[in-house]
Design a binder for this molecule. Sequence first.
Ligand code: PMP
Length: 395
Amino acid sequence: MNFSISNRLSKIPFSSIREIFEEAATMEKSGINITHMEIGRPDFDTPQHIKDAANTALQQGNVHYTSNSGTLEFREAIAEKLKRDNGIIVDPQREVVVSVGCKEAIFNLIFAFINPGDEVLIPDPAWLEYQYIVELAGGIAVSVPLLEENEFLLNPNDVRDCVTDKTKMILINTPHNPTGAVLPESYLKELADISIKHDLLVVSDEIYEKLIYDGEKHISMATLPGMFERTITINGFAKAYAMDGWRLGYAAGPAALIQPILKMHQYNTSCATSFAQFGGTAAYRGTQTPVEEMVKAFDERRKLLVSRLNEIPGVNCVVPKGAFYAFPSFKELGLPSKELATILLREARIACVPGSAFGNHGEGYIRMAYSTSYDKIEQAMDRMQKVINSLRVKR
Ligand code: PMP
């Protein structure tokens, strides 16, 4: 038997960070205590009122398929939220589709709009799934560098340089994974102008919207003049509401862009889990106090982590303004980031992700999630400081 996998899939690698995860798991099994700073998810529990809403829905027999787009009540709650928080006005009937996590919405929209040979502009470094989903669809992922000297902001001039007559789509993610950068309005406006000039479809992944610090303001691309009709806004519940395991997200925008996504979604998952959607409705309609508390805790840890990193000679960390990641540079050490991540795991017992896992421009950096307790971060940084100092002595 020779069940060869499709050409499409054989071109895509397994995640390059698997070895780090596997080694961390093996170390833990043998009793070694690891500080987990690799996982991109909150360490908090889902707020109780959200769990209660899902529990009640389950008990009341909401166990069947919902409308493919999601329950109307949930879509209405999403439309209310988009109006209240973002200033985006959508019709819940035709302009919102609920998905199994943001990831499914992104997968669906790429398959709905990208033909083989179409170019998609993707920031580098970025959440790697963007690139691979585009490649699975036969598209060409074109990386636009994010540079430390520009605080990892997506530079409109670099975007302009990458546009060709094959460019169909640009993906933006603010606040950004892995750098924590938040795109200011002036940048968004320039990016909007470029998109209009070159007739680009814009995907705005706003999953980290609520995790934002230092008085920064999140601005949705869809609200800029002329942008609603060409922007698909992606958001979800994994980060702000600690609901990553619930697998709930959505795409919103004009019907002409959302209905093709709905068509893909019908052939993909049909609908998101019925009772999870009741939890999502409660998340948007209920108290936002738990979100504020989580953001406050993240902010304290962020300040600790960044100041501790910048105290280490040879390490430089741009202050992240959003999400829950720091993306320090270890370039002075001259080690490939994968090798450094392995050393940090083995010698400092810190699991983190090599920057190269997020694209070529991530080489020389490490992504550290501060979705672990303040005390654990403090102790981990003591260990890291020692390991980095001894590496510098050896070199
Ligand atoms: N977009 C970005 C930028 C992410 O970092 C993640 C998850 N780490 C996702 C989308 C996927 O979100 P979800 O869990 O809702 O599928």
